[in-house]
Design a protein around this ligand. Structure first.
Ligand SMILES: Nc1nc2c(c(=O)[nH]1)N[C@H]1C(S)=C(S)[C@@H](COP(=O)(O)OP(=O)(O)OC[C@H]3O[C@@H](n4cnc5c(N)ncnc54)[C@H](O)[C@@H]3O)O[C@H]1N2
Ligand code: MOO
Ligand SMILES: [Mg+2]
Length: 583
């Protein structure tokens, strides 16, 4: 974890006039985005080797994780940043500067003239960047992705190092690039799955490694269930409140009328001599900077039917910003609304809801041309009712997670892409069912890859049910999205949702992440499958009394053991406990 960063602008000019420094602030912004929790300190130094060297040493000695310099890497006699850096570092990392040079050369041959270097002193990484803002941004793009891992290596943080390695392995495993999804050429489809069959332990490891990077995860309890719960982490406002400059009082005048909830056309601001009628809570139209209450106006002219005021006289001299709540007046963006450990009460739920903090991060999408809504009166020929969506939403609910219903998508590339895009606009985690095996209409994986540039981390798992279980990530509108594409068979969908989705959500949001296990005695002989098998235990009276759902974990058959005899015991996961007090 990069916790402390120093950004040093090296420039005689900027040292004399700090306002001239553009590269330092640009670097600050990029570092802030990459390491939002890090302490970032910025300084500006003249092109003086001894001074730069002294400061670099000082920051290394104070255990700063990362020092980024900008400027002083060129050919002028005053450019001495690389020399100062060389005097401080114990080991050079030439590939960092090589990578920056290669990337910059694609933009300009001038990149050859930067002498930037990078290296380490004790556990501090120092990287020189060129002086120009443009070059800083280009080079930062190249270097930023490795900084965190470099710091973990320097700090000997073995857990973090191996987590990143696992995630990288996962990403590379299934990165076949797909061409546009073409359903017309059936004969060209795969006749063998291109996805390697992973062991379940590998699949879990991948999901764990990838999902641990889900920064925005929130405890997704339905509202009423948050009351009395303790906040597991600080929660900051995700939107300012109000989100627009809002009127506090009523005012009347000519141009148009706005009540709360209306949107004013942004391209036609009010001009001098004009005003608009706004109600309390409505946005203040562009071009207006204050609100006058209706009591302080006099009607001059109305339309013939008296439905519109055409002219009013403002009786008081209005002051700028009067009766306007500016953006973020009540709750500025980023305010800490709940501190870790706070017990959540009704008022806080209101504040969280208002500041965009009670988002529901999971959507459930069914896919299949044969599916109909469960509520439809008539079942059409060759159709079945969609049982997965309701089942999976209920399963998540059983575990305390609310979800968004994304409906049914047809097995057409366009329809699937549109449904996925809609879902990903509002959630970070998408769970879809169907369309992941080998049929010519099983289009989920190619659509994810082609239309969303998704990395398929795995596409087959040695388990029963659930063989074609798929886990993918993509970046959509700047955020990482996690997609669990589960097999369509309702039994597979249930088991895979329990094992992959609920498990991952629990690990992201709860302390108690593992399902409890119990030993179960088999009532009859059970033939084992070559794949490890999960079977819902037929309800014993004991289980139904305590309302538990249990999945037997049957081992894969071996050459010697193909049947488990009656009365032998196997382990079972307790995957649900229906608590009727949680409505
Ligand atoms: N050639 C191969 N075919 C299949 C393989 C294979 O490896 N090679 N794997 C089989 C396994 S195992 C499974 S599991 C299924 C998974 O199929 P898909 O995920 O592609 O799902 P679909 O084909 O769309 O549907 C399967 C089955 O489930 C019904 N279904 C789908 N969605 C729903 C829903 N929302 N509610 C109720 N029922 C649903 C669907 O009608 C199909 O009957 O593939 C095997 N085939
Ligand atoms: O693995 Mo499939 O899920 O056999 O039914
Ligand atoms: Mg299928």
């Amino acid at each position: 974890m990069v916790k402390a960063v120093v950004i040093i602008t090296v420039s005689d000019t900027c040292c004399k006039d700090h306002a001239k420094d553009q590269s330092g602030p640009a670097l600050f912004q990029l570092v802030k985005e990459k390491f939002p929790d890090a302490d970032i300190h910025t300084i500006i130094l003249p092109d003086e080797k001894d001074l730069i060297e002294k400061k670099l040493k000082y920051f290394c000695d104070t255990k700063i994780d990362l020092i980024l310099t900008t400027g002083g890497t060129g050919l002028s006699s005053r450019d001495v940043t690389p020399e100062a850096t060389k005097a401080v570092i114990q080991r050079e990392i030439p590939a960092i500067s090589t990578a920056m040079t290669i990337e910059s050369l694609k933009k300009t041959p001038m990149a050859m003239l930067s002498r930037a270097i990078a290296g380490i002193r004790d556990s501090t990484l120092i990287v020189n960047f060129p002086g120009s803002k443009k070059a800083v941004i280009e080079c930062a793009e190249v270097v930023m992705p490795v900084l965190s891992h470099a710091q973990s290596l320097l700090a000997n943080n073995l857990n973090e190092v191996s987590r990143v390695h696992d995630a990288m392995k996962a990403e590379h495993r299934c990165s076949h690039k797909m061409s546009k999804v073409d359903v017309s050429k059936v004969a060209l489809r795969h006749r063998e799955s291109p996805y390697p069959m992973l062991e379940m332990s590998e699949a879990f490891q991948i999901v764990d490694a990838v999902m641990s990077q889900w920064k925005e995860c929130v405890e997704v309890l339905p509202l009423e269930q948050c009351i009395g719960k303790v906040a597991a982490q600080d929660i900051r406002a995700k939107e300012p409140m109000p989100p627009f400059p809002a009127s506090i009082k009523d005012v009347r005048k000519v141009r148009s009328a706005l009540t709360a909830g209306d949107e004013y056309p942004q391209d036609s601001p009010l001009v001098a001599g004009e005003c608009a009628r706004v109600n309390t809570g409505a946005p203040v139209p562009p071009g207006a900077d204050c609100v006058v209450q209706v009591e302080d106006t006099r009607l001059i002219k109305a339309s013939e039917d008296y439905q519109t005021e055409l002219e009013v006289e403002v009786l008081v001299a209005p002051a700028a910003h009067q009766d306007v709540r500016p953006v973020g007046f009540d709750i500025p963006l980023g305010t800490i609304l709940l501190e870790k450990g706070d017990v959540i009460d009704a008022a806080q739920i209101g504040i969280l809801a208002g500041a965009g903090c009670l988002e529901i991060p999971v959507a459930i999408l069914s896919t299949g041309n044969e599916l109909q809504e469960p509520s439809e009166v008539t079942l059409h020929p060759s159709h079945i009712r969609d049982s997965n969506r309701l089942m999976l939403r209920s399963l998540l609910r059983e575990h305390g997670y609310a979800s968004v219903d994304s409906g049914i998508a047809r097995d057409e590339p366009g329809a699937l892409a549109a449904a996925i895009a809609t879902a990903l606009s509002s959630v970070d985690v998408l769970v879809c069912t169907g369309g992941v095996s080998m049929g010519e209409r099983d289009l989920l994986k190619p659509v994810l890859q082609h239309d969303f540039g998704a990395s398929i981390h795995f596409g087959r798992v040695r388990m029963k049910p659930g063989k074609p279980s798929t886990f993918a990530t993509c970046t959509y509108k700047g955020r990482t999205k996690y997609i669990f594409a589960l097999p369509g068979n309702p039994v597979s969908a249930y088991v895979c949702c329990v094992l992959f989705v609920v498990r991952a959500l629990r690990r992201c949001t709860r302390d108690t992440s593992e399902y409890a296990r119990m030993r179960v005695r088999l009532a009859g002989d059970v033939t084992l499958d070559p794949r490890p098998e999960y079977a819902r235990a037929c309800s014993s009276r004991l289980l139904s009394v305590c309302g538990a759902s249990v999945l037997l974990e049957l081992p894969a058959a071996t050459d010697t053991v193909k049947v488990l005899a009656a009365d032998s015991t196997v382990s079972a996961l307790i995957v649900g406990r229906i608590d009727l007090t949680r409505s």
